[in-house]
Write a protein that binds this ligand. Structure first.
Ligand SMILES: NC(=O)N[C@@H](CC(=O)O)C(=O)O
Ligand SMILES: [Zn+2]
Ligand SMILES: [Zn+2]
Length: 425
């Protein structure tokens, strides 16, 4: 007897070959995979040839609780994750209170566990308020379960703080994740400094704000031996720096967001804050560089930087609006449509970017392949039918995405976490 039987699902076996089979789940685990499973189950779902994969992993989400529950909660964010096909996410620490102390961290972790419907791992902050020069007690926070350390939302402004942070993170064998942004080069900018910012008459962020701080960090990372992970990489210079650092044996990994792969500043239709995020959409040459970097392995993985905000915070002009766009409910679908369906990449590569690399880099438990005995974390995607994204379909509280109206394939039909249905279309 099984709990859940998924019949006629296509899944990746090897060399990008899909095979139609039945998958039986019991007691939270995959117990049978065969051309025809005859064991009875409490619930049977016919996948009609949809794509079954291990659950997706997103190492960069903002779930906003505590402090900003009006933007998103752990309940809505994790339902949005499940609706995107994600079964594991890593949650950012730009919360109130900031998890730079054990008390704050433990409170946030307990809330994630109580209200999350997917596996949520929590980042702890590098420093108090994401801005202090003194580094948090990483040993204590790691012992409490911090998956890694970051001040995402803010760049670490001094080399001294970054050096201390990297030494401490290396000592407890946790990655140090960097939002690279030198504030002395931001100049009050709201989008990328260049052609489009001049056309729109909006203040621009110098792209050197990202790459110059990244260059500093890579040198310090090499000296300390820390695992250094670059969040939302977005410029050509940054890709070149990571490529060079890897060739020098620096322990560095990098993530890129779907929006930096699919959009650039020429797509910004006007002074519309739905295109406002940090880092900003860059030039077509930068976009080509992040695509090339992902395809050649310089960039290891795709992460959404799911950043929900309220309607009021994203209305009107770039000036004054909040930075950030939602992404967890469209990430796989956009990547499938524009990379796999279009023929640039294979399903195998996509699953590598969205499951295997993130799991390996952050040393996450769970299944990276559909195999017997593996925990039943998985997702089923309809890759055969077209769908148009609408603002009213999201599980997230945030609808702040420039991809409303986009035509995509790969809508999630079903997401299973530890053998339980976390989302069903
Ligand atoms: N990416 C964004 O534009 N915003 C993020 C912060 C961040 O990821 O830096 C947010 O928390 O809203
Ligand atoms: Zn960031
Ligand atoms: Zn972020």
């Amino acid at each position: 007897m099984g709990q859940l039987l998924i019949k006629n699902a296509r899944h990746l076996i090897h060399d990008n070959e899909l095979k139609m089979q039945d998958v039986l789940i019991n007691d939270g685990k995959i117990v049978e995979i065969a051309d025809k499973v005859t064991t009875p189950a409490t619930r049977t779902i016919d996948a009609h040839g949809a794509l079954l994969t291990p659950g997706l992993v997103d190492v960069h989400v903002h779930f906003r609780e505590p402090g900003f529950a009006y933007k998103e909660t752990v309940a809505t964010g994790s339902l949005a994750a499940a609706r995107g096909g994600f079964t594991t996410v890593l949650a950012m620490p730009n919360l109130n209170p900031v998890p730079a102390t054990q008390a704050a961290f433990q409170q946030i972790k307990a809330n994630n566990e109580a209200n999350g419907r997917v596996h949520i791992y929590q980042y702890a902050a590098i420093s108090e308020g994401l801005i202090a020069e003194d580094v948090s007690d990483m040993a204590a926070l790691a012992a409490d379960g911090a998956i890694a350390f970051t001040n995402d939302g803010k760049g670490v402004q001094t080399a001294a703080t970054m050096l201390t942070a990297m030494q401490a993170a290396a000592k407890v064998h946790r990655p140090l994740v960097a939002h690279v942004e030198d504030e002395s080069l931001v100049n009050g900018g709201v989008m990328n400094l260049g052609t489009r910012s001049r056309e729109l008459g909006l203040p621009g962020i110098d792209p050197l704000a990202e790459s110059s701080q990244l260059a500093r960090d890579l040198v310090i990372a090499k000296a300390t031996g820390v695992h250094y992970h670059v969040a939302h990489i977005s410029t050509k210079e940054s890709v070149n720096l990571v490529r060079f650092a890897k060739s020098q044996g620096v322990h560095v990994t990098a993530e890129v967001s779907p929006h930096h792969l699919l959009l650039d500043e020429t797509h910004i239709t006007g002074d519309n804050a739905y295109f406002k995020m940090n880092p900003p959409l860059r030039t077509p040459a930068d976009r080509a560089a992040v695509i090339a970097g992902l395809l050649d392995g310089t960039i290891d993985m795709v992460a959404t930087d799911h950043a929900p905000h309220s309607h009021e915070e994203k209305q009107g002009s770039f000036i004054g609006a909040a930075f950030g766009i939602t992404g967890i409910e469209t990430s796989f679908q956009l990547m499938y449509t524009h990379f796999v369906k279009s023929g640039i990449a294979t399903v195998e590569q996509l699953l590598n970017w969205m499951i295997i690399q993130p799991s390996q880099a952050f040393n996450l438990p769970g299944n990276r392949e559909l195999t017997i005995g593996a925990p039943a974390d998985m997702a089923l995607f309809d890759i055969d039918h077209e769908h148009t994204v609408t603002a009213d379909e999201f599980a997230s509280k945030g609808v702040n995405t420039p991809f409303i109206g986009a035509t995509i394939y790969g809508q999630t039909l079903l997401t299973v976490v530890d053998g339980q249905i976390a989302y069903e279309a």
